[in-house]
Design a protein around this ligand. Structure first.
Ligand code: FAD
Length: 518
C-alpha cells in the first residue's frame, strides 16, 4: 500500500488533463493506461467544442438547444451554468495555445452541427479539434511539475471506509500483475464513457465503462445509464473501432443516401440530415437492416475540399480505398457517447465522500436523453474546472513527494472471448432498438459472463456498467432520446425524469430478468 498526499486522477483524457492543470500547484498523481494522450476519446474528437462565441449567438440559445435535444430530462440549471461559462473555457484554451480556426477578422470559425440553432462549434484545422486541444494541454502539463503521471497503469477498484472513498487500487495496464492500493485524500474519476462496451463503436478500446463500473461497485449513485448515444455515421468498413465521419460534414451540406440514391432523411424529419442524432441514427439503422446500404455523400457539397477540411476523414477514406470526392462513404450506426454515468452535482461531487468525477464518466444532467453535438468536450472542461476548484477548497495546500509503484506478481487481464461476447450482446440487444425480450436476454448473458469471470476486477467493472445500462433500459418502458423501445415506441410524460439507480437495484432487475429467461 502507498499513502500519498497527492490528489489521484484516474484517466488521462481532456477532463483529467484540464483538472490536473487547474489543481496546480496542488500535487496530483495521474493514472494513464497508455502513454499520455493515447487511448482517450478526447484525442479522437473531430467536430469541436460547442460555445456561443458569435455576436449573433447567446448562451441562452445554446442552453435552449441543449434542453430541447435532451428530450425532456435535461437539468435546465446545469444547461444554463455550462453554456454560460463555455466562452471562458474557449478563451482559456486559446491562451494556452490551442490553434482554433479563425476567420480574416480574427473571429472563431464556427461549424454547424445537428440540433444547434446556430453555427456554434469551434474547431481546429477542420476535424482535428480533439488532437490539437490534447496536444496543447499535454504540452502545458509537461511544464507543470506538480503533476506526476504514471503511464501503463489501470485503476481496478476503489477503496472505501463507509461512504468515503480513501483510495484506488491500480494494476499494470498491459501485462497481468497484482494490484497496488494508493491511499489519497481525494480521487477524481476522469476515465471516460462506455461506448467500447458495444461491438460497434467509435470509442477507443480502453473506453469500456470501467471507471463507471468501479464507482458503482463502490456504492456510488448512478444516473441515466440507459441513455447511450449512437452516432449515425461511423465508417462501415469493417474496422473496430469504427472511424467517425463527423457530423460537421452534414453541417457543410453532405447528404445521406441509400444504394438507390434516395435521400431518405427527407421523409423522416424536417431538418433532414441535421435532425437530432437519435432520429438520424434510427433512420440509418433501418436502412442497414433493410439491406439498403446507407452512405454519406460529400461530393456535391464539398468536392475536393473534403480532403483539406476534414483530414481525418480523408485519411480513413484513403485507407479504405474510398475516393470521397467522387464516391459516397458507406456508414453504419455505432455506440458513441454515454449520457449516463456516475451522478455528479455541479461541483463534480459524487454521492461518496472523497470521490469526484468529470467528463464522460459522469452524468451531470446536461445531456438528458440525448447529448447535443459537441457538448461532450464542453462538459468535460466545465466539470474538470468545477471539480478541481471544489477539491482545492476542501484540502489544505501541501507538498508531496513523487510516488514509486512496483506491481506485485499475479493478477489477470480480461478474457478477450468474454469481452467480445459482452460487446456483441450489448450491440445486439441493448443497442439502437431495444425490446423487453432482448434486454432480458442481455441481462442473463451478462450475469453468466460475470459469474464465469468473477476473479477479474476489470471485467467486473465492464459487466457492472453493462448491467446498469441494460437494467435501466428494461425499467424505462417508453422511448425517449437515445433510448428506443420497440415495445414502447412513445414517450410517456410521466417518465420525463432522470433515472437514479444504485448497482444493487440493477442487479435485482437482472436477477428477475434471468429468472424470466431461464
Ligand atoms: C470519435 C469520437 C469523436 C468525438 N467527437 C466529439 C466532438 O467533436 N465534440 C465533442 O464535444 N465530443 C466529441 N466526442 C466525445 C468526447 O470526445 C468525449 O466525451 C470526451 O473526450 C470525454 O473526455 P473524458 O476526459 O471524459 O474521457 P476520455 O478522453 O475518453 O479519457 C478517458 C481516459 O481514462 C482512461 N481510462 C479508462 N479506463 C481507465 C481505468 N480503468 N483506469 C485508468 N484510466 C482509465 C483512458 O485511457 C483515457 O485516458 C467524440 C468521441 C469520439 C469517440
Amino acid at each position: 500500500m502507498i499513502r500519498t498526499d497527492r490528489i489521484v486522477i484516474v484517466g488521462a483524457g481532456l477532463g483529467a488533463l484540464y483538472a490536473a492543470l487547474e489543481l496546480a500547484p496542488r500535487p496530483v498523481l495521474m493514472i494513464s493506461p497508455e502513454a499520455l494522450g493515447d487511448g482517450a476519446s478526447s484525442a479522437w474528437a473531430q467536430g469541436g467544442v460547442a460555445a456561443a462565441m458569435a455576436a449573433s449567438d447567446s448562451p441562452e440559445a445554446h442552453a435552449t438547444d441543449t434542453v430541447k435535444a435532451g428530450a425532456g430530462t435535461v437539468d435546465a440549471e446545469v444547461a444554463a451554468m455550462v453554456t454560460r461559462v463555455a466562452r471562458d473555457h474557449i478563451l482559456d484554451l486559446t491562451s494556452l495555445g490551442t490553434p482554433f480556426d479563425r476567420d480574416d477578422k480574427g473571429g472563431y470559425v464556427m461549424s454547424r452541427e445537428a440540433a444547434h440553432s446556430a453555427a456554434r462549434v469551434v474547431r481546429v484545422q477542420g476535424d482535428q479539434a480533439g488532437k490539437q486541444i490534447m496536444e496543447t494541454l499535454i504540452a502545458a502539463l509537461r511544464d507543470t511539475p506538480s503533476v506526476q503521471v504514471i503511464e501503463g497503469a489501470l485503476a481496478t477498484r476503489l477503496e472505501s471506509e463507509g461512504d468515503r472513498v480513501t483510495g484506488v487500487w491500480i494494476t499494470s495496464a498491459h501485462t497481468p500483475s497484482g494490484e497496488v492500493l494508493i491511499e489519497a485524500p481525494a480521487v477524481l474519476l476522469a476515465g471516460g464513457g462506455s461506448g467500447g462496451l458495444y461491438a460497434h463503436t467509435t470509442n477507443p478500446p480502453r473506453i469500456r465503462g470501467q471507471v463507471i463500473g468501479m464507482a458503482a461497485r463502490a456504492g456510488a449513485l448512478m444516473a441515466d445509464p440507459e441513455f447511450v448515444q449512437f452516432h449515425p455515421t461511423g465508417f462501415d468498413i469493417g474496422e473496430d473501432p469504427a472511424p467517425l465521419a463527423t457530423e460537421a460534414l452534414r453541417g457543410e451540406g453532405a447528404v445521406l443516401i441509400n444504394k438507390a440514391g434516395e435521400r431518405f432523411m427527407l421523409n423522416v424529419h424536417p431538418d433532414a440530415e441535421l435532425a437530432p442524432r437519435d432520429i438520424v441514427a434510427r433512420a440509418i439503422f433501418a436502412e442497414t437492416q433493410a439491406g439498403n446500404r446507407p452512405m454519406l455523400d460529400t461530393c456535391a457539397a464539398l468536392g475536393a475540399r473534403v480532403l483539406t477540411m476534414f483530414p481525418s476523414v480523408a485519411e480513413t477514406c484513403a485507407r479504405a480505398g474510398i475516393d470521397p470526392v467522387a464516391d459516397p462513404i458507406p456508414v453504419a450506426v455505432a455506440a458513441h457517447y454515454h449520457m449516463g454515468g456516475i451522478a455528479a452535482n455541479q461541483a463534480g461531487r459524487t454521492s461518496l465522500g472523497g470521490l469526484w468525477v468529470c467528463g464522460e464518466a459522469s452524468s451531470t444532467g446536461l445531456h438528458g436523453a440525448n447529448r447535443l453535438a459537441s457538448n461532450g468536450l464542453l462538459e468535460a472542461l466545465v466539470y474538470a474546472r468545477n471539480a478541481a476548484g471544489d477539491i482545492a477548497g476542501t484540502l489544505p495546500l501541501t507538498e508531496a513527494a513523487p510516488v514509486t509503484i512496483r506491481f506485485p506478481d499475479g493478477g489477470s487481464t480480461p478474457d478477450p472471448d468474454a469481452v467480445a461476447d459482452l460487446r456483441q450482446t450489448m450491440t445486439t440487444h441493448v443497442g439502437v432498438r431495444r425490446t423487453a425480450t432482448g434486454l432480458k436476454t442481455a441481462l442473463a448473458t451478462i450475469a453468466r459472463l460475470e459469474a464465469d469471470h468473477a476473479h477479474d476486477p476489470s471485467f467486473l467493472n465492464m459487466t457492472s456498467t453493462a448491467t446498469l445500462i441494460a437494467a435501466a433500459a428494461l425499467a424505462r418502458e417508453e422511448s425517449r432520446g437515445g433510448h428506443w423501445r420497440d415495445d414502447f415506441p412513445n414517450a410517456n410524460p410521466d417518465l420525463a425524469h432522470r433515472t437514479l439507480i444504485h448497482l444493487p437495484d440493477a442487479l435485482a432487475i437482472r436477477a428477475a430478468a434471468a429468472k424470466d429467461t431461464a
